[in-house]
Each structure stands twice: as C-alpha cells, then as structure tokens.
Design a protein around this ligand. Structure first.
Ligand code: AMP
Ligand code: GLY
Length: 422
C-alpha cells in the first residue's frame, strides 16, 4: 500500500513511524512533512488539494491520512472523495465539529450529549446577562479556529465581560470572534479520548492525558501540549462505557442523521466531574502530542486501522493494543509559546543502552534539515521523546533518559509529565 500523510508535526511523524513498521506499506509520502519525515518517506511540497489528488492518482496512492484540522475544515476530504480517492478524515461539513464551537455546542445540545451549560451569542447584552447568571470562573470562547488561543478562563465577572466585549468587537480574534460561546466552568480532571470512526462504527483508543501548560505542576501559559501519556489510569470501564453510550454513539448517529456522517478521528476533550464524563470540546483529528504516545501502543498494523476506517469497514477488523504504557515529553524551543526562536542545531547522543534503544524513540516535529545536512530546531515544539514501559513510571523514566540524550540551544521541557498518574 502507498500512503500519503498530510501535515508537518510530531503527530504526523508518529503516524508515519507506525506505518513504517507495517509490512503492507510500500511507499510513504508526506505533504509537506518536516526535516525528519524524509527519513521515513518522501516529502512533497504540494499544498493545493487538487494537485495533491493529481499526485495520488499518478503515483497509485491507496490512502491519504490527514493530520491537522485546517485542511479538513477547508475541504480536502471533499476534494479527494469527489475524485474517488480514499482519504481518512471528515468532510468540511463534518469538520465543523471542530471548526465552529457554536456548531459543536448546538450539536451537543440537540443530541443531549453532556456538556457545560452555555449560550452562543453575538450580542454583548445577552453575553453580560448570561455572565451575571453564572458563578466565576467563567469561560468565554471565540467561535472559529484560533490556533487553540480562543478560550479565556475569566476569574471574575468583570474579566469575563471584558473578554466577551473584546471578542465581539473583533479586537481579539478578528472574524473568528464575532460570535462567542459563554459557558460555565467545569471543575474536574481532563482527558483526551480518541475514537476512530468510519461514519457508522468506531474504535476507542487508549485514553491519554495531555499537559497543556508550559511549566511543571500545570503552571504558566497554555501551549499546544508539553507532553502526554497513555493509557491513563484516570479512566475506568465505567467512564469508557458512559463515553460510548452518552457521547460517541449519539454523535455518530446524530452526524449521520444530519447528513454529515463522521469519518476520521473524533477527539473528545473530556472533563470528568464527579465520575461523569462531560464534553469540553470536539476536535476532528488526533491530539498532538497525544498521537505520539498512542501510535506506538497500536498492535494491529496501522494501515489496517486507517484504511478500514476510510473505507467504512471498521467492523471487519479487530483492533488490538500492546499491554504497555507510553510517556511523551515535548522538547520546545527557547521562546515557545511566545515567539519563534533562532534555529538551533540538534545533537542527539548515541544511545548505548540496549534497554533505552529498544524502548524509546523520538517523534520529530518543528525541525528542518539545513543545507549542511544537519537537523535544526526551527519550530516551537521541536520533538517528543517517547518512552515505553510496563508501568507509567518505567515509561516516564525512559522518556526522560532519552531527553538527556538530546541537545539544542535553548531547549526547554517539563520534568513532571505523567505526574497525575504517579
Ligand atoms: P478548548 O479549546 O475548548 O479545548 O479549551 C482549551 C482548554 O480550556 C481546555 O483544554 C480546558 O483546559 C479549558 N476549558 C475549556 N472549557 C472549559 C470549561 N467549560 N471548564 C473548565 N475548563 C475549560
Ligand atoms: N494536545 C491537544 C491538541 O492537540 O489540541
């Protein structure tokens, strides 16, 4: 099988690694890929959807897997499907579950899926009225894609009103904020749960926990994610059962009934409050860095999972996972998440311990290959050191041993990834 992966991050690298291990995969392509994905396959500098489809036809690509949300929201799946090409991901309309918070919240309400109490509005008066009816903290969200920055957790009513006013006037997020969601604050612990869906059936992957804040102990600003681990012991069978019954089944049924059958990754941002899973948000793609820990846990060949999901045949296969844990530590550049940093050469020491060699690896993200052939840190989140183990503690120890082998000027990482499970 020949497979094209759309995207450039550590998430796409980890999907590529899983496919690389899979004997039925012949050629792997990345568009655009990063400075390290060319070790796994071939990087393509094509971004136009029709040109990508032309490439797939000309090169017998059997399946395309889309990593990030932007091309999904922009309709890459619609283009490929109209040309009869297999692609794993939701159509533009189905991707509205992530592309529009208002679409998502209204969908959850229509189908009685548990979520925080909210209003959507473009009226400042209505926003103020609802804010007054809630207790602080209060959550204010811009409607569109804002690169994960469109959520304000206001500690006071005044702060919430100011955030709502700034968004509605277009000052904070431009067009993406001209309509907003105001919602109650949920106090619990957060999980990332992923269901691979084929429009009708689904497979739930081992639940992960992300660490969104920059600093140890969940302090500092929000980031795209500084590390994650899976499976998390914070989920039990009861929570998985409730997620199936109250969330995933009604979501797939509802999307189908509304004419937008959901195919791809349903990423559930879940807050568990008093044992009840409540949906904070949906995304329509894998989380990054969660994907980097989940992919190596997959025992079933990755191509089988993605191909069957893309072609509506998930029920024909049995998906298995290794009975292990994975911990991933993000190594970020100096000024992340505030601004970009000077490119820095990455030096990775030889790994001399067989144990570490066999049970850890790097998933490369914000890296470029210099003209000198060396690898440079050029993005915010540069790479993820992943450790595998029979326990979370063992996986964590290996992840941090690997971190010790990686050097670049200004590198930063958290030293407590997976602490909530230990
Ligand atoms: P979102 O982009 O909607 O995932 O929000 C980003 C982060 O804000 C989430 O991962 C949560 O940590 C937090 N958050 C969002 N909505 C709420 C809420 N209603 N209650 C508590 N925390 C929230
Ligand atoms: N790690 C969270 C996300 O990918 O949105």
């Amino acid at each position: 099988m020949n497979i094209l992966i759309i995207g450039a991050g550590g998430r796409e690298y980890s999907i590529g690694m899983a496919l690389k291990k899979d004997k039925s995969v012949e050629k792997l392509y990345f568009a655009p890929g990063n400075g390290a994905t060319d070790n796994l396959g071939e990087n393509l500098s094509i971004s136009d959807f029709d040109e990508l489809a032309d490439f797939c036809e000309a090169n017998s690509v059997d399946l395309t897997i889309v990593g990030p949300e932007a091309p999904l929201v922009d309709g890459i799946v619609d283009t490929f499907e109209s040309r009869g090409l297999n692609i794993f991901g939701p159509t533009a309309k189905a991707a509205q579950l992530e592309g529009s918070k208002i679409f998502m919240k209204n969908f959850l309400a229509r189908h009685n899926i548990p979520t925080a109490k909210y209003i959507e509005t473009d009226s400042i008066e209505d926003a103020y009225k609802f804010i007054n009816s809630l207790e602080a903290p209060i959550v204010v969200k811009a409607d569109g894609l804002c690169g994960g920055k469109g959520v304000i957790i206001a500690q006071t009513h005044d702060e919430a009103k100011k955030a709502a006013g700034d968004m509605l006037s277009g000052n904070s997020f431009g067009e993406a904020g001209t309509s907003i969601v105001v919602e109650e604050f949920l106090d619990g612990y957060e999980l990332s749960v992923f269901a691979i869906c084929d429009g009708e059936d689904f497979v739930v992957l081992p639940a992960a926990q992300d660490h969104k804040r920059l600093l140890n102990g969940d302090k500092g600003p929000n980031t795209g994610g500084m590390g994650a681990y899976a499976p998390t012991p914070l989920v039990n069978d009861e929570i998985y059962r409730k997620l199936d019954e109250k969330v995933i089944v009604p979501t797939l049924k509802g999307m189908k009934e509304e004419g937008n059958p959901f195919k791809g990754v349903l990423f559930m941002g879940v807050m568990v409050v008093d044992g009840e899973p409540i949906i904070l948000e949906y995304n329509v793609r894998f989380g990054d860095p969660e994907c980097e820990e989940i992919m190596p846990l997959l025992k079933t060949p990755a191509s089988e999972l993605f191909y069957n999901a893309a072609t509506g045949k998930l029920k024909d296969i049995n998906i298995e996972f290794h009975d292990k844990y994975a911990v991933g530590v993000v190594m970020a550049s100096r000024d992340y998440p505030y601004s970009s940093s000077e490119p820095a050469e990455i030096i990775i020491d030889d790994i001399v311990h067989d144990d570490l060699e066999a049970n850890s690896h790097i998933s490369f993200a914000g890296v470029s290959r210099g003209e000198d052939g060396k690898l440079y840190a050029t993005g915010g989140r540069v790479l993820v050191c992943v450790g595998m183990g029979d326990s979370i503690a063992q996986a964590q120890e290996r992840a941090y041993m690997l971190v010790g082998q990686v050097h670049f000027a200004g590198k930063q990482c958290r030293t407590d990834i997976a602490y909530q499970a230990l």
